[in-house]
Design a protein around this ligand. Sequence first.
Ligand code: SF4
Length: 432
Amino acid sequence: MHKQKLRIGLIQHQSVTFAQQPRHTRLALPIARRTAKERACPLSIEPETMSDHNPGLRPWRDIMRRTSRQIMVGNVPVGGGAPITVQTMTNTLTSDPVATIDQIRRCEEAGADLIRVSCPDTESTAALGKIVRAARIPIIADIHFHYKRALEAADAGAACLRINPGNIGSSERVGEVVRAAKANGCAIRIGVNAGSLEKDLLEKYGEPCPEALVESALDHIKLLQDHDFHEYKVAVKASDVFLAVAAYAQLADAVDCPLHLGITEAGGLIGGTVKSALGIGNLLWAGIGDTIRVSLSAEPEEEVRVGYEILKSLGLRTRGVRVVSCPSCARQGFDVIRTVQALEEALGHIKTPMSLSVLGCVVNGPGEARETDIGITGGGNGKHMVYLSGVTDHHVADADMIGHIVKLVEAKAAEIDAGSSVSMDVTHGKAA
Ligand code: SF4
């Protein structure tokens, strides 16, 4: 009864026309079924967050984001129309600040907006202050069960605590954590996981299901609200894509806080990327989600790259070179696969949003090149056509091709940077 009241209370805070649509239409056809008025919602993607996407001009590309309350994680806004942030998690020992800071640096270079570190023991929270001071992005401390680690992490400067208030023992302890969070300006992230659902919910529902995940989230939320704490975001993760997507969709209807998306334990680089793209991508396409973490059995910087690729594919954020390339076939005028591999490696340092098409022949090369900043199309006799801003410009020989394209991209990035004073990450206080 009490939970029902809470749920209703939370729904009343929400003012999302999107939530009023039948769920089956939202998830199956999240964009096409929306009215022009809904598509024109001022809380849809801000123009500067788009890549080559002009809202309204191509309505079939528009995504109307769910309205959420904004919270701050350090200096990074989450929710409330802020750019969707990409986060990851270190896998070094937090008690080893040198190794952890090294890994954080690599993730920062890859574009991470936020980063989480585990704090399982006092050695970890003792090292946290040094890590927080060295990091250029806000640190989220991951705490399980031991509420004293949360108090230590908040004092050490963590911008956010990932802790489930229902797991730390008593209302007094929750009160202590909330006091520490308030005193240090910390947000809290509630992280419900299908793999560690509370026993009573498993008994009630028989197995992890969307309703159980959402009820668990609402229980944790209530504990924070009872202590007058509202700077929280919530995740309801599962390794099963269907379960996770359904749980997030239900949660999005029930609460107004920002949502942290993730398909947990998604797998290795390829399998996990596909699962995450389906799960996270489906939700983002439906307008749900304020921050994402791709969970891979791969290095954290790979998670960041995959996270960005998902956002870039949906036109929700831009960063670096968006490569359009063909799979290659017998018509290719150069080795497309090896060329794209070499270019992706050589262009990893480019942060300026721009596009590059690499096509093996004239079948699709000119068409793709017309839509990209720089294009290369394979030709005969080892000579290939270079397009600049969609127009044929000059030829380049096989042997010089990669170095030549890298120089062209660097020059274009410098030109774009010089011409644009506002980047999408201006709200983060840093260059994209
Ligand atoms: S663009 Fe040309 S080389 Fe590439 S897959 Fe298509 S036909 Fe083959």
